[in-house]
Write a protein of this length. Structure first.
Length: 334
């Protein structure tokens, strides 16, 4: 974990926007608009949603060939070339998601932090379930920035497993980029998220109170607040939560873009049913004495070997995400 940064605060922002399926030109145009706005506000770290360049929930309906055609190699990506150029121009870290085609032909849900010096850091989603053609990443992503603060990346479901956030913190992250495409999904958990009617999104102008209530409710903000603040609090780090918003194939993303501090407090957010950006100045001096960061020093690693042992009920990401069968320790017969 990093102890001292060279700056005491840093301006950050997160974006929620409704992408168009497979329409990279449109999505990049929207992103460019927000990058310009962020630069005008002095933002140094800007986070866009998961797979925002390529589109998201239409992907499960594509063939493997269509997914491959939509994918791009990160190093030579025409889409990322624009983002990398804008990151350099504005001396900003810009995070963006797309489908990656690796050198060995494997396909990944990847999020790329484009750096002010033209370099980049790519994180492959550890728990990818969007398409059978997707492979899962096998490593954590934490890196230095020009501002002396370390940044980590975890994509959507990666953040739901507490081990991933703790490992990212132990590798030094002070700020976590947490790009998502969530809200309004049909969870098989009885008290999990439930769908938001597509017609409510389509009629959002005349039913503003209803859609605001839905976005702030148990399938949107209410669900996020059950777990996301604890990731920030328990690890003593800032979280930049970016998300899609609006109709995404047969689901409605709830946006809820927000920035949380190391105590799990929301310092900036929106629940507007529209494209939006929220920003906040992060007080980095909060990190060292935050509760979660202090508690980490009381860890007893000798007790935690069970975390790396297979229990026998582990499943691949797609099966774990979509199976109707009970899973985990409580489902085992004793």
């Amino acid at each position: 974990m990093s102890e001292v940064t060279s700056v005491k605060s840093i301006k950050t922002a997160v974006v929620q926007f409704q992408h168009q399926a497979s329409n990279k030109a449109y999505n990049l145009l929207i992103m460019e608009k927000y990058i310009e706005q962020a630069a005008a506000q002095g933002v140094k770290i800007l986070a866009f949603p998961e797979m925002c360049i390529t589109g998201y929930w239409h992907v499960p309906g594509l063939s493997a060939e269509e997914v491959n055609a939509l994918a791009e190699p990160v190093e030579t990506s025409p889409s990322l070339a624009l983002i990398r150029a804008l990151a350099a121009k504005n001396q900003m870290l810009i995070g963006a998601g797309l489908i990656e085609r690796a050198a060995d032909g494997r396909i990944y849900n990847t999020y790329v932090a484009c750096m002010p010096d033209g370099s980049y850091h790519a994180h492959r989603k550890l728990h990818a379930f969007e398409h059978p053609a997707f492979s899962c990443g096998d490593g954590f992503t934490v890196f230095d920035t020009p501002w002396g603060v370390k940044v980590g990346i975890l994509i959507c479901w990666d953040n739901n497993l507490v081990e991933n956030v703790r490992a990212t913190t132990l590798l030094g992250a002070d700020i976590l980029l947490a790009p998502h495409q969530t809200g309004g999904t049909h969870s098989r958990s009885p008290h999990g998220m439930k769908p938001i009617p597509l017609e409510l999104w389509e009629q959002r102008a005349e039913r503003k109170e209803e859609i605001t209530a839905a976005f702030k409710g148990e399938s949107g903000r209410g669900w996020i607040l059950r777990w996301l603040p604890s990731r920030a609090h328990d690890n003593g780090l800032f979280i930049l939560f970016s998300n899609g918003v609006g109709a995404d194939a047969d689901e409605v993303r709830t946006g809820n873009a927000m920035i949380l501090d190391p105590y799990g407090r929301i310092i900036s957010e929106t629940w507007v049913a529209a494209d939006a950006m929220v920003s906040a100045e992060l007080d980095l001096t909060l990190i060292p004495l935050s509760s979660g960061r202090r508690w980490i020093y009381g860890r007893r690693p000798e007790l935690y070997s069970i975390l790396t042992e297979h229990q026998g009920y582990e499943r691949d990401a797609i099966t774990a995400r979509f199976s109707e069968e009970a899973t985990g320790p409580a489902s085992r017969k004793v």
